[in-house]
Design a protein around this ligand. Structure first.
Ligand code: ATP
Length: 234
């Protein structure tokens, strides 16, 4: 069963009398444990699509099924619960809490959303710190970390609640190219290790080449789907 199924997905923003069609009838499918990129120019609708898949924004029309749930039908509370249980987020500006250490930033969703007992939390946070290669920096605050290290912490935080799907909106936009490449490789390694589906957006052609499946967006329309493995063997 596919993890995400979008059919004729449409999003129109309304500001007074003005309508902005951000997504115009998108159809796509994302499989479990896949490594997927949405690419396209600024304003093509990448963030809007990721926000709808992440239950942060409501479709105007069409259907969007995530993990067998028609998420367009969820109310605010149910959407928040669904997000907390199944979806992790990574942002271009890291979004770490400045007064918390790397350890505490990763632990935060377990306290706020999941309410795990302390011993289980500690074991899970240490496992994630180790998986992203940040155990030695566990006690540092974000201002004591490099951009790449901050994004490693954010990757661990996105996975700490055992998310089935991680959505990353331009996760490498604030990183130099080598660091960006290493973060994408880390995300792929996490996909291999935990079986989590990763969906990210990017403008960067070198970064998009690292995805296994690429959807190209233009003016709110999914123009093409490319499977890199099929292409490599063609
Ligand atoms: N809250 C909003 N209200 C009105 N229009 C919006 C809103 N959010 C996005 N849009 C419009 O929807 C379209 C798609 O925007 P979106 O942010 O999804 O594109 P994007 O591909 O992520 O762009 P970028 O790469 O610059 O982040 C744009 O025309 C944008 O101006």
């Amino acid at each position: 069963m596919s993890l995400v199924i979008a059919k004729d997905l449409t999003k129109i923003y309304r500001a007074g009398d003005v309508e902005v069609p951000a997504i115009r009838g998108a159809d796509f499918v994302i499989e479990p444990a896949s490594f997927v990129a949405f690419v396209g120019p600024s304003g093509s609708g990448k963030s809007t699509l990721l926000n709808m898949i992440g239950c942060l924004d409501h479709p105007t029309a069409g259907t969007l099924t995530v993990l067998d749930t028609d998420i367009a039908t969820l109310g605010r509370r149910a959407a928040a619960e669904f997000r907390g249980k199944y979806i992790g987020f990574i942002f271009q500006d890291f979004n770490l809490v400045p007064v918390l250490t790397a350890y505490e930033n990763i632990e935060y969703p377990l306290i706020m959303v999941q309410k795990w007992p302390e011993a289980r939390r500690r074991e899970q946070v240490r496992r994630l710190l180790d998986a992203v290669g940040m155990s030695a920096q566990a006690d540092k605050r974000p201002d004591q970390l490099s951009g790449g290290q901050k994004q490693r912490v954010a990757v661990a935080r996105a996975l700490v609640s055992n998310a089935r799907l991680v959505l990353a909106d331009e996760p490498t936009a604030n990183l130099d190219h080598d660091t960006a490449y290493r973060i994408i490789e880390l995300m792929k390694k996490m996909r291999d290790e935990f079986g989590t589906t990763f969906v990210f957006s990017t403008h960067d052609p070198k970064i998009m080449a690292e995805a296994e499946v690429t959807f190209t967006l233009e003016d709110g329309i999914v123009l093409s789907r490319r499977n890199h493995e099929e292409a490599a063997h063609a």
